[in-house]
Design a protein around this ligand. Structure first.
Ligand code: PLP
Length: 388
């Protein structure tokens, strides 16, 4: 029998145990967590839509009309007109011919990859890609070739070495634990050169990057140059669900082959109604996006000035590198005691020796909120020897 107790003890001894915190109010710049009002600096609610009155109204209206559950998978009895409407809107938003919605971003990645690839394929995967991409590749049976993070020379060398027939390059658009942007323009060029398909997981870029929030393709001035364009509704959209946008025949194929689409209950109609409303806001939300980028740049440079190991960049995911697991945990706990919620991210989520605090911003954080966080980061960073 598997010895869960020993395994859990081992996890704890390594400082890698995970605890669930309980939110008692809506997700926002401040939320009540386990009875305390906390400055929330770890949410993917980038545009503050989780608790937006327009989304709530759309969801409530939809509940009145359609109830709270879909009642089945899309292919049996759970396909509401709303699902089709959102798919058409998402395709337009992503400048693609078509799109397909999944229950989550995770489901979109595993469904899309395992739907199109099999053991005759090679998939080139950035070392820091999200776990759902790696799981999708494993599920597909394709050969997994990992290339160094955002290293186009290494990618090209590996393509030359391993590419034999059908192949795909898969990357996060914005890396979830590092907040940097994949060189999608160069990936697209390499893919064309070697006749490979491309997949970009734009979970953290959708709604955030590009003038119209279309994501990394828009950021690089690309249009429909990526074959499998994945997004999630769970981050900037403020609700839940995932989707793939692409050519009509690819999307039709996924409807027949993506198991996480076929064998899973459709998202509830109220979630879809709220997502449609989120898209209305995102498509006209240049101001919030601009503010979010300005605040992200501001906070990064403040932290760099105070000697923290923080990369420059424009995205709201800001990794503050600590290295050691115990120090990262202590740092997070000291901040927590001061009313600031910034979790420590540890292996296996990030590579060994790269434990960090992962700060993430919302457009609705004020400069005072950020000043307060910086003050305390400096105070405890000094105490723990993270900065001089
Ligand atoms: C890069 C990336 N892809 C996919 C996902 C999964 O999306 P979802 O939370 O909608 O399942 C996440 C979220 O954690 C992510 O960071």
């Amino acid at each position: 029998m598997f010895d869960f107790e020993a395994a859990l003890k081992d996890i704890k001894n390594k400082g890698l145990n995970r605890e669930l915190r309980n939110l008692e109010t809506a997700q926002g710049p401040y939320s009540v967590i386990d009875g305390r009002r906390m400055l929330m600096m770890s949410s993917n609610n980038y545009l503050g839509l989780c608790n937006d009155i327009r989304l709530k109204r759309a969801a409530i209206e939809s509940i009145r009309k359609f109830g709270v559950g879909a009642g089945g998978s899309r292919l049996t009895c759970g396909n509401f007109t709303l699902h089709r409407e959102l798919e058409e809107r998402l395709a337009g938003f992503k400048q693609a011919e078509s799109s397909i919605i999944f229950g989550s971003g995770y489901a979109a990645n595993i469904g899309a990859i395992s739907g199109i690839a099999d053991k005759s394929c090679v998939i080139f995967c950035d070392r820091l890609n999200h776990a759902s991409i790696v799981d999708g590749i494993r599920l597909s049976g394709a050969k997994l070739v990992v290339y160094k993070h955002c290293d186009m020379d290494d990618l090209e060398n590996k393509i030359i070495r391993y590419h034999t027939g059908r192949g795909l390059i898969a990357t996060d658009g914005v890396f979830s634990m590092d907040g940097d942007i994949a060189p999608v323009d160069r990936i697209v060029k390499l893919a064309k050169k070697f006749n490979l398909m491309t997949m970009v997981d734009d979970a953290h870029a959708t709604g955030v990057l590009g003038e119209n929030g279309r994501g990394t393709l828009e950021y690089f001035g690309l249009k429909d140059d990526v074959d499998i364009n994945v997004g999630t509704l769970s981050k900037a959209f403020g609700v839940e669900g995932g989707f793939v946008a692409g050519k009509r025949k690819l999307i039709d194929f996924l409807r027949h082959r993506a198991k996480s689409f076929i064998y899973s209950t459709a998202l509830a109609p109220h979630n879809i109604a709220a997502a449609v409303e989120a898209l209305n806001i995102i498509e006209t939300g240049q101001q919030a996006r601009k503010e979010l980028a300005e605040k992200s740049i501001w906070l990064r440079s403040k932290l760099i000035k105070r000697c923290f190991d923080v990369p420059r960049g424009v995205t709201p995911i800001i990794p503050l590198m600590v290295g050691n697991v115990d120090t990262a945990l202590k740092f997070s706990m000291l901040l927590y005691n001061e009313g600031i919620y910034i979790p420590a991210i540890r292996p296996p989520t990030v590579p060994k020796g790269t434990s960090r605090l992962r700060i993430s911003l919302m457009a609705s954080h004020s400069y005072d909120d950020m000043e307060f966080a910086v003050e305390n980061l400096v105070r405890f960073g000094r105490k723990l020897g993270v900065i001089p």
